[in-house]
Unconditional design. Sequence first.
Length: 257
Amino acid sequence: MADPRRVEFGDFLRSRREKLTPKTVGLPAGTRRRTAGLRREEVAQLAGIGVDWYIRLEQGRTVSPSVTTVDALARALRLSKTEHAHLKALARDGDRRAFTREIVPPPIQRLVESLPHPAYITGRRWDVLAWNEAAEQVFAFGRLPEGDRNTMLLMMTNKQTRKAYGAGWAEVAKRMVAMFRATHDVWAGDPAFAELLTRLRQGSPEFVKWWEAHEIRSTASGLKTMSHPTLGVLHFEHTSFQANDDPALKLVIYTPV
């Protein structure tokens, strides 16, 4: 049975290959192409590896590319720094233990509750694990069933969240999908992530479209504007931090602008 992480590795290679043109990488256009993007043999040539070896990688076979091979593929496919790091992560033989929901240590819980601005803690799967009163006023996490307290579910399947972002929803949601994709692929095949992915696919046609594009983005600070039913229009600058106690825990703070 194929390793899910290797399958994602191959799918990511294919998605990047199909976005390139011969002109982009300095190759002649050649004869008419039946499909978009570079041919597999062209990528293999650019990376300096065998065509059969590259095909095995793109098909998600259980093979382990070296660091040198991954770096060569990144150069051949013109990957960004974030995409290159993602390819490296998928190439590594990672921890195969099943995902378990994280527990927020009491000191971190108290820290979050003491903050004056909206703040919450998420885990690896982007579940919301703890939050303060200011975050409750804006996001109403406490009114949701525990299984729905997940930032991807809220963004992609919650009607109130979509309404709050208005015309800016698609831009924010698409960016979040690309960031979550980087997290998911490392945990590909895990039952907890598979269950979340099924809910997202069933609940949002936009998610399905953006997911298939296999875009990858790193987590970054930024600005968000939301329309709250009682608080009115809210402008926030959001940023996140990892906890030393457990790097899987991420503190997200929304500072009013």
